[in-house]
Design a binder for this molecule. Sequence first.
Ligand SMILES: [Zn+2]
Length: 61
Amino acid sequence: MAELKALCMKCRDANNKPTMQLMKNVKVEEKNGRYFAKGQCSACGGNQFKFMSKADAEAMK
Ligand SMILES: [Zn+2]
């Protein structure tokens, strides 16, 4: 499975901004024609969520 990065709301940088972290246990789901990935942050284990294009979702399969 391809690697996916998403913003983690818990892993913040020195400016208190969310940072991009590698997502693990990724599950791609589709709802009403919208594709999104759910998983956990590889750094802190917090939940992550990311909307994807259909092409990106297909690439994760
Ligand atoms: Zn995190």
